[in-house]
Design a protein around this ligand. Structure first.
Ligand code: COA
Length: 333
């Protein structure tokens, strides 16, 4: 018989350096008021010069393993969702495994940009339900500050760095991960991208813009991203509730991707879900891409807001576009 997959450990890590809106206003032509009003963001954490994405992931992973009462050697697999890997290869998951002092189980990265964690949770749950693994660590980790054009006020104010992690275990008992719905439409890709740094690699996108460090920087048509995100998130959240035979009125917490408070509020309004049931960390974390959902989950878990037996809805939307949602019954206490 298939045992359900439960979250048994949660962790998070934010680099020490906090960059406020006021500091950003000394770098580009912006104001604290504009950023707060249009995005809800007040500050973000920025990775230190001597840190890599894997270092953020390791901190979050250690906390999640401690929380589950496990050692790295107890794992059957380790997966890192990231769009800002330490290098093209090996995978950041391989670096994290080694930094944790472990070996002897499979590791791989997932690249679904801001939807990486939601995609990862769906993928791993499916593999665990198929009997491949019993204990898996899933991390979302990003150093978005490394792929920003710090002269472009329309994008550099939106992102931050950090990592969030969960331990997933097959165990008897009601609840756990109930279902997921994933979707994508690659025809939207010109609206949001960070192009490959090698000229000629993307012939359909010739107007490459490289930031000062020589790294491909994020480019975005914000308005169009905003509109599509609200539509697709509303749709996928309805689909996952239907898939799990649940009503929106049963949901205790919506833990959404933290890109913009206006996207979050518009999605909640579409669902007729009161804001008191919506987790918000975008004010302190900004958009940390694949780390955003597990970081928000970790924050609300550690603040004692997420409680035993509650129904939790996760959703995310990212470049591609790719989007998805997971529904779970919290069993961690
Ligand atoms: N500070 C001050 N002014 C800014 C600014 C900034 N940081 N960024 C843009 N502006 C200006 C624009 O240049 C524009 O000026 P103009 O009217 O003179 O041309 C004006 O503000 C309005 O720009 P607009 O893009 O229409 O604002 P908006 O209300 O759509 O907000 C975003 C912009 C980026 C905050 C919003 O579109 C957004 O959040 N989109 C989704 C982004 C996202 O979440 N991406 C990741 C998805 S995973």
């Amino acid at each position: 018989m298939v045992q359900p997959v439960h979250i048994t450990g949660v962790g998070g890590y934010l680099p020490e350096r906090i960059l406020t809106n006021a500091e950003l206003a000394s770098l580009v032509d912006t104001t604290d008021d504009w950023i707060v009003e249009r995005t809800g963001i007040r500050e973000r954490h920025i990775i230190a010069g001597n840190q890599h994405t894997s270092d953020l992931a390791v901190e979050a992973a250690r906390q999640a393993l401690d929380d589950a009462g496990l050692k790295p050697s107890d794992l059957d697999a380790l997966v890192v969702a990231t769009t800002t890997p330490d290098m093209i290869f090996p995978s950041t998951a391989a670096v994290v495994q080694s930094k944790l002092g472990a070996s002897g189980f499979p590791v791989w990265d997932i690249q679904a940009v801001c939807s990486g964690f939601v995609y990862g949770l769906a993928q791993i749950t499916g593999m665990m339900e198929a009997g491949m693994f019993r204990r898996v660590l899933l991390v979302g980790a990003e150093s978005m500050s490394r792929i920003l054009n710090w002269k472009d006020r329309t994008t550099c104010v939106l992102f931050g760095d950090g990592a969030g992690a969960v331990v997933l275990e097959c165990m008897d008992g009601e609840g756990g991960i109930m279902g997921s719905v994933l979707n994508a439409d690659g025809s939207y890709r010109p609206l949001l991208m960070a192009k490959h740094p090698h000229p000629g690699a993307s012939p359909d996108m010739p107007d490459m813009r490289i930031d000062a460090a020589g790294i491909a920087a994020i480019e975005m048509r914000g308005n169009e991203v905003f509109r599509t995100a609200v539509n697709k998130l509303g749709e996928v959240v309805g689909q996952v509730l239907e898939h799990c035979h649940t009503e929106v009125s049963d949901v205790d917490w919506l833990i959404p991707h933290q890109a913009n408070i206006r996207i979050i509020n518009a999605t909640a309004k579409k669902l007729k879900l009161g804001t008191e049931r919506v987790a918000i960390t975008v004010d302190k974390h900004a958009n940390t891409s694949s780390a955003s959902v597990p970081l928000a989950l970790n924050t609300y878990y550690r603040e004692g807001k997420v409680k035993e037996g509650q129904l939790i809805l996760l959703e995310a939307f990212g470049a591609g576009f790719v989007w998805g949602a997971n529904l779970l019954r919290w069993t961690k206490g």
